[in-house]
Design a protein around this ligand. Structure first.
Ligand SMILES: *Cc1c(COP(=O)(O)O)cnc(C)c1O
Length: 412
């Protein structure tokens, strides 16, 4: 008799996005006219085409594959050297940060890597995640058997939930108790908050004191506009001894459908064996990638490399400026509508307080029903997200302007 992984049965049915889909479908069927003017600001996916420098690199790489002299079969599991060097130089060393080429592991994206990283961490770690949170961090730990069952409110046993409060800018504070592994996401999905230097310093200090590992998801790093905010955890002294950083080209280069990102595992980062001996994690991640991954396609890695060409950099800047321009329009519209708005300044998400006495799902129904706009209810990201909703700035400018206008017409 084959046994299944019982941990999967503990997962709460993927509730948020299917439920949004169900309500939107019902609304559109009941109101075909309103459905015509439906605008989706719900899912965190990019809307604009790839930068021209990327398209040119893709075409060229496809042609390379068509000629014997330039054909590429299996590449290195960790990524081609030319891409790892371009990443280390452009993202880190060019900004004064100490990251070696071979500490970069190119992958098919951050969602996969934040899940796979659990392969190289022990089963008995105390895991801290923020509330609200990107659901992948929670569900991958459930699958790995690191949690108890979920309670009525959807919180899993054994996980340590760190509340994100408006008073600390929605950035979680280090807990009083001990935790071994900490997920931090900055700039944050869903709250749009970005951690400042003292906040990250407090986390690095905690991690060094507790010999914890910080899993730092910087997928939205390129959306930071405030020059005082850190783009990488490695800007904080001591982070090379306690942090793994995840980066993605999904939001940076519009690569959600192309699939590429990378993970930084410093060789100076150690974790304990069962007997308490400290050993580096880098060889374990290297081994994990060599065994369970066969590298990102040559074509896609050439596309990623093009993001670092002078034209590529300029085009990425324009793409991000476009989305952040939408965020400005949406913020102004939501504020004029009398709503309390957070985020949207260093991240493409606005985190909006619902009017008094209105729950996240009631706000969702109201905005869908009266404005034909789809947002994301904050409660779907965790108990502390109740009373908020997320507006995504990934859209055309015309749509962002229309949403800003419709928000002002709402009568709560
Ligand atoms: C979009 C997003 C990512 C990107 O994941 P990919 O697998 O690289 O597309 C990672 N983390 C967060 C929090 C995100 O919102």
């Amino acid at each position: 008799m084959a046994l299944l992984n019982d941990n999967y049965l503990k997962l709460k049915a993927g509730y948020l996005f299917p439920e949004i889909g169900r309500r939107v479908k019902a609304f559109c069927e009941a109101n075909p006219d309103a459905a015509q003017r439906l605008i989706r600001c719900g899912i965190g996916d990019v809307t604009e085409p790839l930068p021209p420098a990327v398209i040119a690199a893709l075409h060229k790489a496809v042609d390379d594959m068509g000629a014997r002299e330039t054909f590429h079969g299996y590449g290195p599991e960790q990524g081609y050297e030319w891409l790892r060097a371009a990443i280390a130089q452009n993202e880190f060393r060019g900004r004064g940060l100490d990251v070696a080429d071979d500490e970069i592991f190119v992958s098919d994206g951050t969602k996969c890597d934040t899940g796979s990283i659990l392969d190289i961490l022990g089963a008995k770690n105390k895991i801290a995640i923020s509330d609200p949170v990107y659901p992948v961090y929670v569900d991958t730990n459930v699958m790995a058997g690191h949690t108890g069952p979920a309670n009525e409110a959807g919180a899993y046993g054994k996980l340590v939930y760190l509340p994100c409060k408006p008073s600390s800018g929605f950035i979680p504070e280090p807990p009083k108790k001990h935790v071994d592994v900490i997920y931090l996401c900055s700039p944050n999905n869903p709250t749009g908050a970005a951690a400042n230097r003292p906040q990250l310093e407090a986390w690095v200090k905690y991690a060094l004191e507790h010999k914890s590992v910080i899993l730092f998801d910087a997928a939205y790093e390129a959306y930071i506009s405030d020059p005082a905010l850190p783009h990488s955890i490695y800007e904080i002294s001591g982070a090379r001894e306690c942090a793994i950083e995840f980066r993605s080209y999904s939001k940076h280069g519009g690569f959600t459908g192309v699939r590429c990102g990378f993970t930084v595992v410093p060789k100076t980062l150690l974790a304990a064996t069962k007997t308490g001996e400290m050993k580096p994690l880098h060889p374990l991640w290297n081994r994990r990638m060599c065994t369970k991954f066969n590298g990102v396609s040559y074509i896609v890695q050439r596309a990623a490399e093009a993001l670092y060409s002078p034209e590529g950099k300029q085009q990425v800047r324009a793409l991000i400026d476009h989305y952040m321009g939408n965020a400005i329009v949406l913020r102004a519209g939501a504020k004029k509508a009398g709503l309390k708005v957070f985020g949207g300044q260093n991240a493409p998400y606005l985190w909006v307080r619902t009017p008094k006495g209105v729950t996240s799902w009631q706000a969702f129904d109201k905005i869908l029903g009266d404005a034909s706009v789809v947002i994301t209810p904050g409660s779907g990201f965790g108990a502390k997200g109740e009373g908020y909703f997320r507006i995504s700035a990934f859209n055309s400018r015309a749509n962002a302007e229309e949403v800003a206008r419709r928000l002002q017409e709402l009568k709560w």
